[in-house]
Design a binder for this molecule. Structure first.
Ligand code: SIN
Length: 285
C-alpha cells in the first residue's frame, strides 16, 4: 500500500511507502503512472539507490533515454565516471574538471532537452548530496497556464511553432562551438508547437521550453518577442508554481511535456550532487 499526498498547489504530490530500489510490479507501475499524469511531479523521499537501481526504476516506467550529447558542448560531458544513461547535475570540480551540469548558479525556467526534436517525456532526479539551503527546484503547471489564457490569446498561438534554443544551457552557459545569436530567426534548435496535446491525458498545455533566443516562426521579431514575454509571464504565475526543497535521498520525477522547472542558486562553498535519468519522449505534437 502506498499513499499519494498532493502538495496542495497546482501540481506535485509525494508518494509514501515505496522503495524504488525494489522491482515494480505492473499494478504499482499503473498506480504511479496514474498519479504522475494527475499530479505531473512525484516526490519519493528517503530512497537509497545506486545508479543501476535508478536506471532500473526508470526502465520500469518507460524507455531509458541516454544523457544528452549536448553535455559535452556545455563543457561537462564525458568527464564523470557514470553510466551514459546518467546526467550528472553538480557544482563539484574534480581534478580541475566539472563533473556535472549547471554549477551552483540559478537555472532559468526550462524543459529538459527541448532543443531536441524529441525531448524526453520524463526526467527523474535523485539527490545524493544537497546544500544546507538553496538549490530548490520549482515546477510550473503548463496545463493551468494554457487554460488560464483568454480565447484571443489561445487563437493567436494555436498552430504556431517556436524555436527552442540550443546555444545556451539553462544556467546561461554558451555551449562550446556556438556563438551569440544576433538574429533569433537563426537560432539553432528544435521547432515545437506552442500548444501541445499531452499524448496520455489528452489535455492541452502550453509548451515554451526555454526563453533565451526563442522565436515564434513567421512572426516579425518584435511581435514574437512581445508574445513570448506575455506567454512566459502567464506560465510562471505564482499560482501555477510549486517548489521542492531537497533532502538527501529524494527522487523527483516530472513530466517534461506539461511542466517547466527552475533551480535556485546555492552557496558555491557547498556541494550539490544529483543523478538524473530520462525517459524517451514520443515526439507527439
Ligand atoms: C535539471 O534542470 O534537470 C536539474 C534541476 C535541478 O538541479 O534541480
Amino acid at each position: 500500500m502506498i499513499d499519494i499526498i498532493p502538495s496542495g498547489a497546482s501540481l506535485g504530490a509525494q508518494v509514501r511507502g515505496l522503495d524504488l530500489g525494489k522491482p515494480l510490479d505492473a499494478a504499482m507501475r499503473d498506480t504511479l503512472l496514474t498519479a504522475w499524469h494527475r499530479h505531473q511531479v512525484l516526490v519519493f523521499r528517503d530512497q537509497d539507490l545506486d545508479d543501476d537501481a535508478l536506471i532500473a526504476f526508470t526502465g520500469a516506467i518507460g524507455e531509458v533515454q541516454m544523457a544528452p550529447d549536448s553535455d559535452v558542448t556545455a563543457g561537462f560531458g564525458g568527464f564523470a565516471d557514470v553510466s551514459p544513461a546518467i546526467t550528472t547535475i553538480s557544482n563539484i570540480v574534480k581534478d580541475g574538471r566539472k563533473i556535472g551540469a549547471l554549477g551552483h548558479a540559478e537555472a532559468d525556467w526550462h524543459t529538459d532537452m527541448s532543443y531536441l526534436d524529441t525531448p524526453p517525456s520524463a526526467s527523474i532526479l535523485y539527490a545524493i548530496q544537497v546544500p544546507a539551503s538553496g538549490g530548490n527546484t520549482a515546477f510550473c503547471d503548463m496545463y493551468a497556464a494554457y487554460k488560464a489564457l483568454d480565447d484571443d490569446m489561445k487563437a493567436r498561438i494555436t498552430g504556431r511553432r517556436a524555436i527552442h534554443d540550443f546555444t545556451y544551457t539553462s544556467a546561461g552557459v554558451l555551449r562550446v562551438g556556438h556563438k551569440e545569436i544576433t538574429d533569433v530567426r537563426d537560432t539553432p534548435g528544435a521547432r515545437h508547437p506552442l500548444v501541445r496535446t499531452h499524448p496520455d491525458t489528452g489535455r492541452k498545455c502550453l509548451y515554451l521550453g526555454r526563453r533565451i533566443n526563442g522565436y515564434i516562426l513567421d512572426l516579425p521579431v518584435a511581435e514574437s518577442e512581445a508574445l513570448l514575454d506575455l506567454l512566459w509571464a502567464a506560465a510562471t504565475r505564482p499560482e501555477f508554481v510549486w517548489e521542492h526543497t531537497w533532502q538527501r535521498g529524494d527522487v523527483v520525477m516530472w513530466d517534461n511535456r506539461c511542466v517547466m522547472h527552475h533551480r535556485d542558486a546555492f552557496d558555491p562553498a557547498e556541494t550539490r550532487l544529483m543523478h538524473r535519468t530520462q525517459i524517451r519522449g514520443d515526439g507527439h505534437s
